[in-house]
Write a protein that binds this ligand. Structure first.
Ligand SMILES: Cc1cc2nc3c(=O)[nH]c(=O)nc-3n(C[C@H](O)[C@H](O)[C@H](O)COP(=O)(O)OP(=O)(O)OC[C@H]3O[C@@H](n4cnc5c(N)ncnc54)[C@H](O)[C@@H]3O)c2cc1C
Ligand code: FES
Length: 397
């Protein structure tokens, strides 16, 4: 354990206003934060992946994790921004000449904003990704007591991990599942039809479910490129945990890979496969990776960083065809590969929210009619848009 024993306490002057200090209480790491006359004590390891909150940013009465920017309320320990879903423990603090942490306190928790009157009794959430699952969780934490049914063909998983630590072999399988809140009826089915006027969903086994209010959180799917040969089994896309496992199996069986696309997914897959000692070539039409999003300088820096780890780039060219043992670029290069991963962006799954459904006045769009602010974060919604300082923006997909 690092830092002082906070039960024994520290001199008050050792924690100036705005200061933070990590110590321990009963064998657990605890972070002290002073804001004016208040001193908060909260668990020091982020409940997402254990990020060091002591190195995080204090903003008002919140702390932001330095790793993936989850945000916790210092008073209650509640996670108020994705990707963390679980609260931090909070501790009672005695402040005098010395600051002493007495032990675990009782978190205040959320109080339902404005009272939950006249709310729907049955909420359907279509899609069990980060957005759907976080919405279900937040509804419960804000005191919604009606039924919540969440529909989806796959369990909620921490998708960002699929191209990073998990794919690289440094994160265990247990890191993938996202916890589902208590009292959620998770229906392991795809929704095939939404009938807005009758408020009915049809599932892929033919059964139907009724709802009062609905949230469509169906995310996005990878864009499939019409390249000759791209329908072969050694050509992969990456969206689900099954996709990630298939790529790991290919990396264990083969020695060389071609990544088509130099966006975030392509570059993350390239780095993760290098960590598995796979020879990696990246083919993309742009001249500088990520330049469109991050500018030329950052793009060149990222490219050089990948090259220093052995990634080869073939930029300014497309892919003409994919053979069993090679990828042929439009420039005529023939790149030997045991397997191929295509990362060419995503297309939002908007089929259910057809024009007719969107126009139906009887469809209670939850963000419009439901008296609870839903947690739409940049992580959490591939198919919606959220307010930002630059107007309405579609979050990263
Ligand atoms: C490999 C990878 C790495 C990423 N890394 C990052 C990152 O580092 N940082 C970041 O900010 N973002 C990252 N993203 C993007 C991030 O994962 C998405 O923005 C996020 O997953 C969007 O959440 P969502 O719930 O809107 O959609 P999704 O996660 O796509 O979830 C939608 C769910 O709806 C289900 N669904 C679709 N149609 C139906 C239907 N008809 N019936 C029932 N269910 C349906 C789908 O099966 C899916 O489970 C990454 C994405 C991937 C694939
Ligand atoms: S470890 Fe804190 S947000 Fe991921």
């Amino acid at each position: 354990m690092t830092g002082p024993d906070l039960k024994a306490g520290i001199a008050s002057k050792d924690l100036p206003d705005g200061g933070t200090l990590v110590g321990h209480v009963d064998g657990e790491a605890v972070l002290l934060v002073r804001r004016g006359r208040d001193v908060f004590a909260i668990g020091a390891a982020c409940t997402h992946y254990g990020g060091p909150l002591g190195e995080g940013l204090v903003v008002g009465d919140t702390i932001h994790c330095p790793w993936h920017h989850a945000c916790f309320d210092l008073r209650t320990g509640e996670p108020i921004r994705a990707p963390a879903l679980l609260p931090e423990p909070v501790y009672d603090v005695e402040v005098g000449d010395r600051i002493r942490v007495k032990g675990k306190g009782v978190a205040a928790g959320f109080s339902p904003p404005g009272g939950l009157k006249a709310v729907p009794t049955r909420i359907a959430i279509v899609g069990a990704g980060a957005a759907g699952n976080a919405a279900a969780d937040m509804l419960r934490r804000r005191g919604f007591t009606g039924s919540i049914a969440m529909f989806g063909p796959e369990d909620p998983v921490d998708r960002p991990n699929l191209s990073k630590e998990y794919l690289a072999g440094s994160a265990p399988e247990e890191w993938l599942p996202l916890p589902i809140a208590d009292g959620i009826d998770f229906v392991h089915r795809r929704v095939t039809k939404l009938d807005a006027p009758t408020k009915t969903l049809t599932l892929d086994d033919g059964s139907t479910r009724s709802f009062d209010a609905i949230l469509i959180a169906t995310g996005a799917d990878p864009i499939r490129l019409p390249i000759p040969g791209s329908d072969q089994p050694h050509v992969h896309y990456l969206r689900t945990s099954a996709n990630s496992r298939s790529i790991i199996a290919a990396a264990q069986a083969g020695k060389s890979a071609v990544i088509v696309g130099a966006g975030f997914i392509g570059l993350e897959v390239a780095a993760s496969l290098r960590a598995r000692n796979v020879d990696v070539s990246v083919v993309a039409p742009e001249d500088i990776p990520l330049a469109r999003i991050m500018g030329d300088d950052v793009g060149r820096f990222v490219q050089r960083l990948h090259e220093s780890h052995g990634v080869r780039f073939f930029l300014g060219t497309g892919v003409k065809s994919i053979d069993r043992d090679a990828v042929v670029t439009a420039n005529g290069d023939r790149l030997t590969s045991n397997f191929v991963v295509i990362g060419a962006g995503v297309r939002p799954n908007t089929q259910l929210a057809s024009k007719r459904a969107r126009q139906a006045s009887t469809l209670p769009g939850m963000s419009r009619d439901f008296p609870i602010a839903l947690p739409v974060t940049r992580f959490a919604s591939s198919i919606g848009s959220s307010p930002s300082s630059r107007g309405k923006q579609r979050p990263e997909t």
